[in-house]
Design a protein around this ligand. Structure first.
Ligand SMILES: [Fe+2]
Length: 260
């Protein structure tokens, strides 16, 4: 089942080495030209050009590529800047705290990096809207879960990351989306990303809300433990914050402004 680790980590000439162009173009489908241009380095004079350091392995190339896609996703709206990287950091810390196998911790981190990749398939006018969404628009936004899974599915090396992307809005009581799964039907990868995602969404300023105090956010998450969120995951998140392993940097309200 865990093809990413098996196929990529254990083989320097494995899946990704043979298919990286396919991975690249598959993932780039749907990325707006503007988002990509914003990621390009400024042109260099010939004398400034230095040979690029060769990545250590195909797996490093894959991780660098995921990092680039993550930036493209978050840069579409100013208020999401850094969101996926923070969710990935929190998710990996939670997974480690829960004593999950290190290879799975890494899969959870990479899935969290890509958890909102499906938003690339949603129109700018909806994804960047500052006013409240209409019920129809909310249905469109909810589809980012299945759209994200559809983007990753053709790429064998990324298939193990799909549960976190597709199911991070499921709720233990069955009230989540896209499938209304219950408790044990929701994989741990998705339960962890759900808590990390909600913690970051509430502790950062958004066009529709001010950043909330982390203590208050943890209180809310704990109240919803066993109903919406996995209690053990919420407990791990609370412990990480209390121990100072998760630090929330105060952000200015201006950071929530929508760009473009
Ligand atoms: Fe999401």
């Amino acid at each position: 089942m865990h093809a990413l680790a098996a196929a990529v980590v254990s083989s320097t000439s494995g899946v990704f080495a043979g298919a990286h162009f396919g991975v690249a173009w598959g993932l780039l489908a749907g990325v707006s030209a503007g988002a990509l241009v914003a990621l390009l380095p400024r042109p260099r004079k010939p004398e400034e050009v230095v040979p690029a350091a060769a990545p250590d392995s195909s797996f490093d190339v894959l991780k660098e590529f995921i990092g680039m896609i993550t930036k493209a996703v978050d840069e579409r709206t100013g208020y999401l800047r850094g969101h996926s990287e923070r969710v990935a950091r929190y998710s990996a810390l939670i997974a480690h705290e829960l004593r999950i196998d290190p290879a799975e911790v890494e899969r959870i981190r990479l899935s969290a990096m890509l958890h909102d990749i499906g938003t690339l398939g949603i129109d700018d006018s909806v994804i960047s809207k500052s006013a409240s969404l209409t019920p129809e628009e909310f249905e469109i936004v909810k589809a980012h879960t299945v759209k994200g899974a559809a983007i990753l599915r053709p790429i064998d090396a990324l298939n193990d990351l799909i549960p976190g992307v597709e199911l991070h809005h499921e709720s233990l009581d069955g009230s989540g989306y896209p499938y209304g799964l219950h408790r044990d039907e929701i994989p741990m990868m998705a339960r962890i990303i759900a808590v990390a995602d909600s913690f970051d969404a509430m502790t950062t300023p958004r066009p529709y809300q001010s950043a909330m105090d982390p203590d208050y956010v943890l209180e809310v998450l704990n109240r919803l433990g066993g109903i919406r969120y996995d209690e053990n995951v919420v407990a791990a998140m609370s412990m990480l914050y209390l121990n100072g392993k998760v630090v929330v940097e105060p952000r200015r309200a201006a950071d929530a402004r929508i760009s473009g």
